[in-house]
Unconditional design. Structure first.
Lengths: 258, 495
């Protein structure tokens, strides 16, 4: 069966300093997968590398067997909530409609059908009554729901979510989980960056454990073991870090250029 | 000698111009201008009349050109402000200076098209340099912008000095580019401005959706396959167009203000980007037109400063009077609210006074009330007069006792009920200690809506007593009016 997402020897480097090393991964369709690891392990970077938002230094990414560019309509994205300016002059509805932009041509206006889809998505996260609010007048949980509704409006097959549970109330967390489970029932694939180990076990079918490199990937029951967690969270790999620093400082050699 | 005379006239007419300008902005018709003109010196009045009757072709060009550039700048400014790139306008406007000089050197004349092309290229080079510095060094945008601004501007100054020293080009009119002169706009300039205005408006209308999403969430925009970089540079190109077209009339030093101030004023008034772009454009047009007027009426003073001052006046008005975010409106709203809270607190004190004597009487002694509120008798009389004005109480003729009107009794009951319900809610549902809840309830009692109260009552099972054992007035007490004491008088007497 075709993988929803396949990474091969993926290395990501900011300013020549690698933050993720040689990740190999093949995620099958229809799974809800958590990405966990300590702070600075490269969880968000992994997602951003898939989306082409982080500089890929080596290896490749395939989404449903094709490059990301070719299949970007099949991928939905929920960025971290702090990544945008919530005082921006747009309404909740405007933001959710942005989820439809990927299906529209350049300079094409959203159609009535796009609006209808956006309304349905807002309804799914119980935000329809607030559709005309300016986004700055929302609570953290409500803002996260808006982002989720925008991703739903993308009508994708693979969803990449960056910390959707950070700073939200318990009711919102439960509502989001319900929506995610419904998506999985529909056969969608979900990759969710998650920071809370306490409930990672109950939320996800599979886990990707990373700390600058892939520590383990598999069904939650198999990889959620003390040994694997120790390997993931047991301190940074200081040697790897030192070498990365040295690499960044080293002048580029001719042999590096392809 | 003539210089000093000129100076005196200009300072003397400064105030008159401001006053007259304000009036003319309200009623910009030739007839009005003629009438007002009787008040001030004829020279200025004649100029104003000429301005508003559009007799003069060169004047028409100047005004039309100014309005076109004001609209362009206001529109582009909206995107700069929401992208937090306000300084980008400043840097680009300075960066175009070498381009202006090179454009001039091309034909050794003030050819608008050559200068436009040169300046646009220089502006784009400046924007590119900012991006390059940001990408390849550890500097953030601000340092890169500062560097580009200063470096390009210096190159421009050097080139300008060179041109000034060239034989036969001393009257080049290039100095107008520094501080701006709307009167210098010729027919060709206006044609060019119209083309730019149409281009900018069309691009913004067509690509509005794309510009909005790339400004709000560039990461997301890239993830859905939008060419974010190309869109950024197209926006910078439009920005360069707007800046270059505004240079002659506003001047390099102040162009960025025409970009930022109208858009910033619009941002205070709306929560929608589309409306902000339109308002920005409208404010830009208004500021440019009134700037052109003042410049013309004041014997061809530099236009740029007057345009910017007009824009600043619009901003100040928005800052003070905006319906939601305005400083004065907020102040006024808070003042009204504070007065209402004061009235309601006094009503509450009257209720407490009646409650203390088990509601056997309806009249409360003003002296006792003053002691209760720790106010002097005069202060209490003033406060009661305000309540009377609002029809909440009746004060006896000798002003020694006061009693509720039905409306006042209802409001007092509501406030006491809100207070006690909230205290009960905090102790029961939020596990507050009974002695911690009073201060919170003091402020919340004035804010609870009718719907919230109904919800509270239901959630608390229509409880009758607050955490301190006092009776909570129910709907029945409120409707029965002041004549009837609350139910359960024995309980009221207990406290």
């Amino acid at each position: 069966m075709e993988s929803a997402l396949e990474l091969h020897d993926l290395t990501v480097a900011y300013h020549k300093k690698p933050v993720l090393y040689g990740i190999d991964l093949a995620v099958p369709s229809g799974k809800m997968v958590g990405i966990v690891g300590p702070n600075g392990a490269g969880k968000s970077t992994l997602i951003k590398a898939v989306l082409g938002l982080a500089p890929v230094a080596g290896g490749w990414v395939k989404v449903f067997g094709k490059s990301y560019r070719e299949n970007c309509k099949r991928v939905g994205y929920v960025p971290q909530r702090e990544s945008v300016d919530w005082d921006f002059p747009v309404s909740v509805m405007d933001v959710v409609l942005m989820g439809r932009y990927g299906h529209l041509r350049l300079a094409q206006r959203p159609t009535a059908r796009d609006r209808e889809i956006a309304m349905q998505c807002l309804d799914k996260v119980q935000m329809l009554p607030l559709a005309n609010r300016q986004i700055g007048n929302l609570s953290g949980g409500q803002q996260q729901r808006v982002f989720l509704a925008r991703a739903l409006a993308q009508e994708s097959d693979l969803y990449l979510m960056d910390e959707p549970f950070v700073g939200v109330d318990a009711a919102t967390e439960a509502a989001i989980i319900a929506v995610l489970q419904e998506l999985r029932e529909q056969g969608k694939t979900l990759l969710v960056v998650h920071h809370d180990l306490a409930n990672a076990r109950s939320y996800f079918d599979q886990l990707i454990l990373i700390n600058m490199r892939l520590v383990a990937y598999g069904d939650t029951v198999e990889v959620f073991t003390p040994e694997v967690l120790q390997a993931t969270y047991g301190g940074r790999l200081t040697l790897l870090d030192d070498v990365a620093q040295a690499m960044a400082r080293r002048p580029a050699l001719d042999s590096d250029r392809r | 000698m003539s210089g000093s005379k000129k100076k005196r006239i200009s300072t003397a007419s400064g105030w008159q111009m401001l006053v007259l300008g304000g009036l003319l902005l309200l009623l910009p018709t030739a007839a009005q201008a003629a009438r007002i003109s009787e008040l001030v010196d004829t020279d200025f009045a004649q100029r104003a009349a000429r301005f508003f009757t559009f007799q003069d072709a060169s004047l028409r060009d100047a005004l039309l050109g100014s309005m076109l550039l004001g609209g362009c700048c206001g529109m582009m400014g909206a995107f700069l402000v929401v992208r937090k790139l306000a300084l980008m306008g400043d840097s680009l406007s300075h960066a175009v200076l070498p381009g202006v000089a090179l454009g001039f050197l091309w034909h050794l004349s003030k050819d608008p098209v050559a200068i436009f092309i040169g300046a646009t290229l220089a502006g784009l080079l400046g924007a590119g340099t900012v991006q390059l510095l940001r990408r390849t060094t550890r500097h953030q945008e601000d340092a890169a912008l500062g560097f580009v601004l200063a470096a390009f501007f210096s190159i421009g100054i050097c080139l300008f000095t060179m041109i000034q020293n060239l034989p036969g080009s001393s009257k080049s009119g290039l100095d107008k580019f520094m501080f701006g002169q709307a009167a210098a706009l010729g027919r060709e300039d206006v044609m060019l401005l119209a083309v730019v205005a149409v281009a900018v408006t069309m691009a913004v209308t067509l690509l509005f959706k794309e510009y909005r999403v790339t400004s709000f969430d560039p990461g997301f925009a890239r993830s859905i396959g939008l060419p974010v970089q190309a869109l950024h540079y197209s926006l910078m190109l439009l920005l360069a167009f707007a800046i270059v077209s505004a240079l002659q009339a506003v001047g390099i030093v102040l162009v960025s203000a025409m970009l930022v101030i109208p858009a910033a004023a619009a941002y205070l008034l709306t929560d929608r980007l589309s409306l902000m772009v339109l308002l920005g454009a409208a404010f830009g047009v208004m500021a440019a037109a009134s700037g052109a007027f003042f410049s013309f009426a004041g014997s061809n003073l530099p236009t740029g400063p007057f345009m910017v001052l007009s824009a600043a006046a619009i901003f100040a008005a928005a800052f003070l009077f905006a319906p939601r975010h305005g400083w004065l409106t907020r102040w006024w709203r808070e003042r009204c609210q504070a007065a209402r809270v004061r009235r309601e607190n006094l009503l509450k004190a009257m209720y407490h006074a009646l409650e203390q004597c088990s509601f056997i009487t309806e009249q409360i002694s003003v002296r006792e009330l003053a002691e209760r509120r720790r106010q002097t008798l005069e202060e209490m009389h003033a406060a009661l007069r305000e309540l009377e004005r609002h029809g909440l109480v009746t004060v006896a003729a000798d002003r020694s006792v006061v009693s509720f009107t039905p409306a006042g009794w209802q409001r007092a009951c509501e406030i006491v009920r809100n207070h006690r319900l909230w205290e009960l809610y905090l102790t029961r549902s939020a596990q507050y200690a009974a002695d911690h809840v009073h201060d919170d309830a003091e402020s919340v009692e004035h804010l609870l809506s009718e719907a919230t109260v109904m919800q509270l009552e239901k959630q608390l099972n229509y409880a009758r007593r607050d955490p301190h054992g006092k009776l909570i007035p129910g709907l029945a007490d409120i409707q029965r009016g002041a004549r009837v004491t609350p139910r359960d008088t024995e309980a009221g007497g207990m406290l």
